[in-house]
Design a protein around this ligand. Structure first.
Ligand code: HGY
Ligand code: MN
Ligand code: MN
Length: 413
């Protein structure tokens, strides 16, 4: 393949342009899955795909795949990620992997080149999972690991369903979900953690993704007057939520290693200064690279919550919102990412991903890998998320070379 390279300025400009859609005052982006802002972002990316002459398909859960035909008919080599964001999102989480994939296609088209196997660029619906759990919903349906109807019936944090929102934004497509065969999948993404930034390393060759456990607790007690109710007569749902949150932090500290625990969402009813809470709904996000430790962390947290609730005389129930075991990426592809970065003269190291990604779902059915670039101060899911332009360009250059290699090679070894 004659020497060609991505156009860094063009990539950076496209990130800024997409970042205007759902832009928050003062910086950052909010394009929660299946909102009007998500629709506007989708429309923008689809228009880019069509301008590049890609054939665009939308499946029943709204996953969008653009294919740049190859010299031969074959399952495509796919680059992808997501363009939905959390409420306090940045410019790069997800968007970067999709737009860098389009930049690779633009580079090929400009050079009048086609790879042997087709190249696909995908964005999967609702990767974040923060409006509709679980996360990676679209890629789970794409892989046939979550029934389409179950995904469509999912109710979000605002009480509306995936189905009604998907239909409202016009992205309930007709392509059969779970039918596309993919040769291999490469996701370029910001690290969203501090490792590469602290060690001043340009590229991460991601070895896998840690396990994820999301639990929603529903505690119901008795609301009562904050001033007249003696402490011994209280059944305070708010107390239990607070105790479980403190226990989760203590548990993570005690387990150490890669164990993390987060209580990120908590809704108190009636949420008034002078009323003892009669209901609290809150979530606990536990993650670990070691499945056995993650399992034991779940058991200990659930047991603590039940005991605390019994001691306070309140009822407690829980439901799992998401559960993923740790995933290891294809060793051959991880080595390819590492070698490609080195050949391009970039510093590189291997590391696990703390965040969940569509790649961990695609890895179930095809060789998959990820390329990381540094997040300044490890910040993400925060409007101040930032990656230096030179690192964004470096990551896309590695992506180009890795995709070209995969799309030209004879067999998926
Ligand atoms: O939660 C995650 O790790 C991802 O951002 N969905
Ligand atoms: Mn992401
Ligand atoms: Mn994210």
């Amino acid at each position: 393949m004659a020497y060609m390279d991505i156009n860094g300025e063009r990539l950076l400009a496209s990130l800024q342009e997409l970042g205007q859609i759902g832009a928050l005052d003062g910086g950052g982006v909010c394009r929660l899955a299946l909102t009007d802002e998500d629709k506007a972002g989708r429309d923008w990316v689809v228009a880019q795909m069509k301008t590049l002459g890609m054939s665009v398909s939308v499946d029943g859960i709204g996953n969008v795949v653009g294919v740049y035909a190859g010299r031969e008919e074959a399952p495509p080599v796919m680059a992808g990620s997501h363009i939905d964001t959390v409420r306090t999102g940045g410019l790069y989480d997800g968007n970067y992997g999709v737009l860098a994939g389009l930049e690779v296609v633009r580079t090929l088209k400009q050079a009048g080149m086609r790879t042997r196997k087709p190249l696909a660029v995908a964005f999967f619906t609702n990767e974040e999972g923060s409006r509709f759990a679980p996360d990676m919903m679209g890629s789970l349906v794409f892989q046939g690991d979550l029934p389409l109807e179950a995904a469509l019936d999912t109710k979000g944090i605002d009480g509306t369903t995936v189905r009604e929102n998907l239909e409202r934004i016009g992205y309930r497509g007709s392509a059969p979900a779970g039918a596309m065969k993919v040769d291999s999948y490469v996701e370029l993404h910001i690290e969203q953690g501090p490792v590469l930034d602290i060690e001043k390393i340009a590229i991460g060759a991601v070895e896998g993704v840690q396990g994820i456990s999301w639990t929603e607790f529903n505690v119901s007690g008795v609301s009562n007057h904050a001033g007249t109710t003696p402490m011994r007569l209280r059944h305070d749902a708010g107390l239990i939520a607070a105790r479980v949150a403190c226990f989760a932090r203590e548990l993570a500290r005690e387990l150490g290693g890669n164990q993390v625990a987060t209580v990120g969402s908590m809704t108190v009813f009636p949420n008034l200064v002078n009323v003892i809470a009669n209901r609290v709904v809150f979530t606990v996000d536990l993650r670990n690279t070691d499945e056995a430790v993650l399992k034991s962390a779940e058991q200990r947290l659930w047991a603590f919550a039940d005991e605390a609730a019994a001691a306070e005389g309140v009822k407690i129930s829980r439901r799992s919102l998401a559960r993923f075991e740790p995933v290891a990426f294809h060793p051959g592809l991880v080595s390819l990412v590492e070698k490609t970065a080195r050949d391009l003269g970039f510093s590189v190291r291997r590391l696990p991903s703390g965040a969940g990604h569509d790649a961990q779902i695609l890895a179930r059915n095809c060789p998959a890998a990820m390329i990381f670039v540094p997040s300044v101060n490890g910040l993400s899911h925060n409007v101040r998320e930032h990656t230096e332009p030179r690192d964004l360009v470096a990551g896309a250059r590695v992506l180009l070379r890795v995709l070209l290699h995969l799309a030209e090679r004879q067999a998926t070894q």
